[in-house]
Design a protein around this ligand. Structure first.
Ligand SMILES: [Zn+2]
Length: 234
């Protein structure tokens, strides 16, 4: 009798913890998104120290979800940890860093597009078309919220192509650069959304035609145009 009471109590305790999980996750995600938006909108200036207590007060939460969010943002290199002194927001990419980043992308992505074209299947072509449909036109606004969808699509499309090329080391190297996030942070109010979407359609058309040379050329041209657009804004 006593044993079953102990078991019931343990089960109830487990239920309570499980029931609390989704809310806790929603809270953690919400805090992460809000701090991320502050950084992307330069609400916290590049290079500035992050005041954990102040953010917790403003968002009306405890320090725990703020610290969890900062750990996630550190993995995206939006903040960096200061030894024993919390976090600071990372600096924006310099012209040289953008140029280097695109040089790396040009080494990795056009040959991968060629491989992905050689390995094209009906299912993969359908997945690429579906991805294009997630962002059929450029966002109307010029704020972070509006451009978030375009950047998320941009990231997913490039990751999908690298995935179809089948080299996981290349996929990981690309993911570690967080290139879309950091270029977007530099220039989220760019007027080039529509152009990006047109170029993506060209890349997908070349890939689904199954012609490696064409796919390689379309990817190179997309990356070179994107790089020049960005560099012209410095
Ligand atoms: Zn792109």
């Amino acid at each position: 009798m006593k044993g079953s009471t102990v078991r019931d109590a343990a089960a109830q305790d487990k239920d309570r913890r499980l029931a609390a999980l989704p809310n806790r996750q929603v809270l953690a995600d919400g805090v992460y998104e809000q701090i991320r938006m502050l950084i992307m909108n330069h609400g916290i200036a590049p290079g500035a120290r992050v005041n954990i207590d102040e953010i917790a007060r403003e968002l009306d939460v405890s320090g725990t979800p703020v610290r969890e969010a900062l750990a996630r943002l550190e993995s995206e290199e939006l903040v960096s940890r200061l030894p024993l002194r919390g976090y600071r927001v990372t600096e924006l990419l310099t012209l040289r860093e953008v140029d280097d980043l695109y040089a790396l992308r040009l080494m990795l992505e056009p040959p991968s597009a060629a491989k992905a074209a050689s390995a094209m299947t009906d299912a993969r072509a359908a997945a690429l078309e579906t991805e294009l449909q997630t962002c059929p036109s450029a966002p109307a606004g010029a704020d972070y919220e509006a451009y978030k969808a375009l950047t998320a699509h941009d990231t997913r499309l490039h990751e999908m192509i690298l995935n179809f090329a089948g080299n996981s080391a290349v996929e990981q190297a690309f993911a570690r650069t967080h290139c879309h996030l950091h270029c977007f942070r530099l220039l989220y109010n760019q007027p080039f959304g529509e152009q990006t979407i047109i170029e993506h359609r060209e890349v997908v058309a070349a890939l689904t035609s199954g012609k490696p040379g064409l796919a390689k050329k379309a990817m190179s041209s997309h990356l070179e145009t994107a790089r020049d657009r960005l560099l012209s804004r410095f």
